[in-house]
Design a protein around this ligand. Structure first.
Ligand code: F6P
Length: 547
């Protein structure tokens, strides 16, 4: 077994036993399982300020036992050690995946993988550097070209160089924070225009976040930001209005990023795992270094749990194994993320990249095509919004989805406590309704009570039946603070890793993204030349609408 070896999970003995369980799916009735007195205690795990309740999953104790056996047969415990030990778990790119080292829980020494430097030494230096920079922007000691403190900070980045810091800033920054932090990812310039609204070039700092410093969207926006600054200051003064995070020193030199405003990441941090590095700079500016350190501490707590807990008590492993069971054996399709907290409105988008870029693979790490389902679509929105848009399909549609409901016991200090209680009530009601449904007998009883035994009322019976047995998890935070947010994001990262190990795929590469990027580069040049001959046919309208 090597760290990046993989095997066909369908050939394991446990998979065969799970297939036998799947023949009796009809006998799994969530309404009955949930009535068992010990169901919640057996199917929930608490880690610090976070509880994962998976009691509304379509699993029984014996299915769970076989899922744990499956994990053993594909060497999950060894592969967890490999991840934390700095082994080359990203085989196609010949890299370790050391995002845990950014939170102090990775290997102390992995010098052979990191250019003969200790990651901890490098990580500590960069962490101290970017957090001090963040605080200096916040306290006004870092100033723009005319010595005035920064008032607006605009992060320019996309994908992993945007989603994580944007989520953390949106969830945790408060109105008393001294600077306004905005995020720009879109390629068409509109998001940048909106972010610049009300900003004064003299008091605006741009943070260019790009691991590669070549991503088209980011480079176009960074150049546009430079042009905006140059309208009101000479180029030698514009440099004071930029900071950057990248592995690409040469590109940062060329762009003119000052030495004391550039921060390094490493090729062993994947884009979608990079929030914990200096890519989090804008989030640290928005919230302060203290909050950012708590975020790291929360993630580290979940890392230790994942690293040390036995599989049956291991929350990320349980969520992943149940997800595999429901997807590969129960016909559950999409993974829907519904936070009942406005501060987590960006979580579905963040998890979309984490899950879908990591698990959207149809070839195993050993190069063999899978003949079983792997990553599924992930989507969602704030829970209360969803109830008035797509939740109908979750309850009665022909596609069955898995839902993660997320909420905090304590509401936001600036929110409405009555509204928070109402949100919690709605979340619990949604989860129970999906699980328990409403039988024909229940519907008939309700209709009879309301309308008497009238034939017209009875026509509604089939429409009001809810089959139930639709699975969901609840992730409940004690409060939505940096520590618990960090723990939850790390929980999901590790869930993804476990699913990848079981399916035998590499969660740390993203070759599928590259093809489109490459073709877009060619098309971009052809559009600039107005040459439709090698473009798709519809492109003739780009150049002459009346053709
Ligand atoms: O979307 C592909 C991707 O490579 C992501 O993995 C990454 O987060 C994003 O592009 C941005 O890349 P970069 O940080 O190099 O600009």
């Amino acid at each position: 077994m090597t760290a990046f070896s993989s095997q066909d999970p369908c050939k394991t003995q446990a998979w065969a036993r799970l297939a036998q369980h799947a023949e009796h799916l009809d006998s799994i009735r969530l309404s009955q399982l949930l009535d068992q007195a010990d169901r919640f205690d057996r199917f929930s795990i608490k880690v610090g300020g976070l509880v994962g309740d998976f009691s509304r999953s379509l699993v029984t104790p014996s299915i769970l036992d076989d899922l744990v056996e499956l994990a053993g047969e594909v060497f999950l415990p060894e592969k967890i050690q490999a991840l934390f030990g700095g082994a080359m778990v990203n085989g196609t790119e010949k890299r370790a995946a050391l995002h845990t080292a950014l939170r102090g829980t990775g290997p102390a020494e992995a010098s052979q993988l990191t250019g003969n430097r200790s990651p901890t030494e490098d990580v500590t230096k960069q962490l101290q550097g970017f957090l001090a920079f963040a605080d200096s922007v916040r306290d006004g000691s870092r100033v723009g070209s005319d010595k005035r403190p920064f008032r607006h900070v605009i992060n320019i980045g996309i994908g992993g160089s945007d989603l994580g810091p944007r989520l953390v800033a949106d969830a945790l920054a408060t109105s008393s924070d001294p600077v306004i932090v905005r995020f720009v990812a879109g390629i068409d310039g509109i998001e940048l225009q909106r972010a610049l609204d009300g900003a004064d070039p003299a008091t605006t700092l741009f943070v260019i976040c790009s691991k590669t410093f070549t991503t088209l969207e980011t480079m176009l926006n960074a150049e546009a930001a430079k042009r905006w600054l140059l309208q009101s200051m000479p180029s030698e003064r514009a440099a004071a209005h930029f900071a950057a995070v990248s592995v690409n020193d040469r590109a940062m030199d060329k762009f003119g990023i000052p030495d004391d405003a550039r921060f390094r990441i490493w090729d062993w941090v994947g884009g979608r795992y990079s929030l914990w590095s200096a890519i989090g700079l804008a989030a640290a500016i928005a919230t302060g270094s203290g909050v950012f350190k708590e975020l790291l501490a929360g993630a580290a707590r979940m890392d230790r749990h994942f690293h040390e807990a036995g599989l049956p008590d291991n929350l990320p492993a349980m969520l992943a194994l149940i997800s595999i069971w429901q997807q590969n054996f129960c016909g559950i399709r999409d993974h829907v993320v519904l936070p009942y907290d406005q501060r987590l409105q960006l979580l579905p988008g963040y998890l979309q990249q984490l899950f879908m870029e990591s698990l959207g693979k149809s070839v195993r790490a050993d190069g063999v095509a899978t003949d079983y389902l792997t990553g599924c679509p992930v989507w969602g929105s704030v829970g209360s919004h969803s109830q008035h848009s797509f939740a109908q399909l979750l309850h009665q549609g022909t596609v069955k989805c898995h839902v993660d409901y997320i909420a905090a016991v304590e509401g936001s200090p600036t929110g409405d406590s009555l509204g928070h209680q109402a949100g919690l009530a709605n979340m619990l009601a949604q989860a129970e309704s999906l699980a328990r449904g409403q039988s024909r007998a229940e519907v008939v009883a309700v209709l009879e009570l309301a309308a008497g035994n009238q034939p017209a009322a009875m026509e509604l019976v089939p429409h009001k039946i809810h089959t139930g047995n639709r699975p969901s998890n609840i992730i409940l935070l004690r409060e939505l603070n940096a520590e618990n947010l960090g723990a939850m994001l790390a929980l999901y990262e590790h869930q993804v890793y476990v699913q990848a190990v079981i399916w035998g795929i590499n969660p740390f590469d993203q070759w599928g993204v590259e093809l489109g990027k490459q073709r877009a580069g060619e098309y971009f040049a052809l559009i600039a030349k107005k040459d439709a001959s090698k473009l798709p046919r519809i492109s003739k309208y780009l150049f002459d609408w009346n053709e």
